[in-house]
Design a protein around this ligand. Structure first.
Ligand SMILES: [Fe+2]
Ligand SMILES: [Fe+2]
Length: 160
């Protein structure tokens, strides 16, 4: 997991995390913070184990830690954050020693994490999509009524 730890120490990653935290300080809806990224990583890894998908752990953690890292660009410049995150992630992945093959898979997953068609995929993109949505505890959320997620999309029960 050395390269994953390198991501967390990368100045572009830490600076982006700080900007997003500041921009979301008064946000009542789900945040895009480190806790969210770690929830996504762990949920995705659990599904990976349970279903025997055998996707390497570092790829899962890298995708999860980077999938929302361009969120500040959406707030500040109106750039959709799947694209903004992929842009920021590419530099970080190169600097942290991820191969071209790994980068392509991780960046593709990030670019697809807001696309409905990704939901049923058996690859890293599908894993990231499902874990991202499953990480949100709508059942216990105080902003549940004001949230624009549909009732079907909201996680209103715990699933085994
Ligand atoms: Fe996102
Ligand atoms: Fe997310």
């Amino acid at each position: 997991m050395e390269r994953v730890n390198q991501i967390c120490r990368h100045p572009l990653w830490t600076e982006s995390v700080d900007k997003i935290r500041e921009l979301e300080r008064d946000r009542i809806f789900c945040k895009h913070d480190v806790a969210h990224c770690l929830d996504v990583a762990r949920i995705a890894y659990i599904e990976n184990l349970e279903r025997g998908l055998e996707i390497p752990k570092e790829r899962i953690y890298a995708a999860a830690l980077l999938h929302d890292i361009g969120r500040h660009l959406q707030y500040l410049e109106g750039l959709p954050h799947d694209r903004g995150s992929a842009m920021v992630a590419e530099t970080i992945l190169v600097d942290c020693g991820f191969s071209q093959d790994e980068r392509e898979e991780i960046l593709s997953a990030i670019l697809q994490h807001r696309t409905q068609e990704t939901k049923t995929k058996e690859d890293l993109a599908g894993l990231l999509y499902r874990a991202d949505k499953a990480s949100r505890s709508c059942l216990f959320c105080q902003a549940q009524k004001a949230c624009n997620w549909s009732q079907e999309k909201k996680n209103l029960t715990l699933k085994g």
